[in-house]
Design a protein around this ligand. Structure first.
Ligand code: CP
Length: 306
């Protein structure tokens, strides 16, 4: 396929190949000289309608390390601030002949909609509550490097599942790769259709993470909740915040993950988040660059063969 909009665009073999490719890029990124020319002559445009620290900067670095020209567009600095629509913005940028358009938008389905209006490849960098496929890839890469495998791992995804595109992409990808996935959170933050995702649902955190290999914490997305729905942050931490006491219920060598940005003291205690013997959070950030380099390389190869 020309685009990467959902983890379901990939099969298990394609995921495995992307993770292998990304592994090689991790080694490259740790060297003094990090530049390749796999995307030389190609143009990558980052079009972020929502804020981002990790995703936007890692796509920019990924493109530059592969030799592409990279342009960053944000609503504040573009004519989006004057009311230009999503489609008009994308069609306008497409007329400048980019090869790759990386899109983040608050509406589910926005990247898919754009992909039907442009001639370049579109990568979904997060669309509303729907999907964040490159996050799932970098999470899988982090787990595979930490445990040497993904099949057979037990992964508890905890917190605000309802508003999380990271959860949706991770459930689909981890199940494709043979992991057991559990969803842990208060009933108000678990989607009603979650029982159809093939993951056990737990409302008691200690039971939900019991014996699991990975505890993946999610941010409480207060910006997507109205005032009535938002839980008291202190009470939320008491029942669903990850601290040492709750982590002790997981497997002895369990790892802690969080896609970021973190709400310290709300869904995760700093004591756990900053303990490098259990936390993969910084590894996830590093893997983000490598995983996105792999995705861009694979898409560019498709363009070359088109
Ligand atoms: N994990 C993630 O998508 O982070 P950003 O919002 O900073 O890109």
């Amino acid at each position: 396929k020309r685009h990467f909009l959902s983890v379901t665009d990939l099969n298990e073999v394609e995921v495995s190949n992307l993770l292998d490719l990304a592994d090689g890029f991790v080694a490259l990124n740790r060297q003094t000289s990090k530049k390749l020319d796999l995307l030389k002559g190609r143009t990558l445009m980052n079009l972020f309608f929502e804020n981002s620290t990790r995703t936007q900067s890692s796509f920019e670095l990924a493109g530059k390390r592969l030799g592409a020209d990279v342009v960053n567009m944000s609503p504040r600095s573009s004519s989006i601030s004057k009311g230009e629509t999503l489609i008009d913005t994308a069609v306008t940028l497409n007329a400048m002949q980019p090869d790759l358009l990386v899109v983040r938008h608050s509406s589910s389905g926005a990247a898919s909609l754009l992909s039907q209006k442009v001639t370049c490849s579109v990568v979904n960098a997060g669309d509303g509550q729907h999907e964040h496929p490159t996050q799932a890839l970098l999470d899988a890469l982090s787990m595979r490097r930490a445990f040497g495998r993904i099949a057979g791992l037990s992964v508890a995804i905890c917190g605000d599942i309802l508003h999380s595109r990271v959860a949706r992409s991770n459930v689909a990808l981890l199940q494709m790769l043979g992991a057991e996935v559990r969803l842990v959170g208060p009933p108000t933050l678990i989607p009603s259709q979650a029982d159809r995702w093939g993951a056990a649902v737990h409302h008691d955190m200690r039971k939900g993470i019991a014996g699991c290999d990975v505890v993946m914490m999610l941010r409480l997305q207060l910006e997507r909740m109205d005032g009535v729905m938002a839980p008291s942050q202190r009470e939320y931490f008491r029942f669903f915040g990850l601290d040492r006491e709750k982590l002790a219920y997981a497997a002895p060598n369990a790892k802690v993950m969080h896609p970021g940005p973190m709400n310290r003291g709300v869904e995760i205690d700093s004591d756990v988040a900053d303990d490098l013997s259990v936390s993969l959070i910084q590894d996830q950030v590093e893997m983000g660059v490598a995983a996105r380099m792999a995705v861009l390389t694979a898409l560019a190869a498709r363009l070359d063969n088109a």
